[in-house]
Design a protein. Structure first.
Length: 168
């Protein structure tokens, strides 16, 4: 059983919010992620339930069991949660992108990636956009940038309306 942390659960549905946000992050998986720690608390009063997945495996479980209306995917998350897998890095983010893109109604997705060489950046950008990402942000990012990008993605994808909480 995967241990996925959720914020703002209510009794009305498994994850309960007006909007379910999948955040593939967690302590140690995204250095400099102060914004990621603040985001769930900031969004909860607006009815946004944030589900934090620390690995590709945890995110996979969330995607298979919960409607995801918006996703923020850090490409550097490990495939598995174990410390041995964390050192290999990155494969979890690619897996999450692939799964999200295969959904009947893929959610808008923001990608967070580490800066690398121009060639690696180009490959990562191409892969993210091919998988249907709404935006790609380089680390380090700040809370305001994430919130602005989320707002644009939700506005464009859902035409300024809250998504149906039972669809993905």
């Amino acid at each position: 059983m995967v241990n996925v942390r959720q914020h703002n659960p209510t009794p009305s549905s498994p994850f309960g919010g007006r909007l379910n946000l999948l955040l593939s992050s967690g302590p140690g998986s995204m250095p400099g992620n102060d914004w990621a720690c603040q985001l769930p608390t900031l969004l909860a009063p607006m009815g946004v339930t944030t589900v934090i997945a620390r690995s590709g495996a945890e995110a996979t479980d969330v995607i298979r069991s919960t409607p995801v209306h918006l996703a923020i995917v850090y490409l550097g998350i490990p495939l598995e949660t174990s410390t041995a897998e964390q050192s290999s890095g990155g494969e979890g983010g690619k897996r999450v992108l692939e799964l999200l893109s295969r959904l009947e109604s893929p959610p808008p997705t923001l990608i967070i990636k580490a800066r690398r060489t121009k060639r690696e950046d180009g490959r990562a950008l191409h892969a993210a956009l091919t998988a249907g990402a709404f935006a790609v942000l380089d680390r380090p990012v700040n809370l305001e940038t994430v919130l602005r990008t989320m707002s644009r993605a939700l506005s464009k994808h859902y035409a300024d309306r809250w998504p149906d909480s039972h669809s993905s």
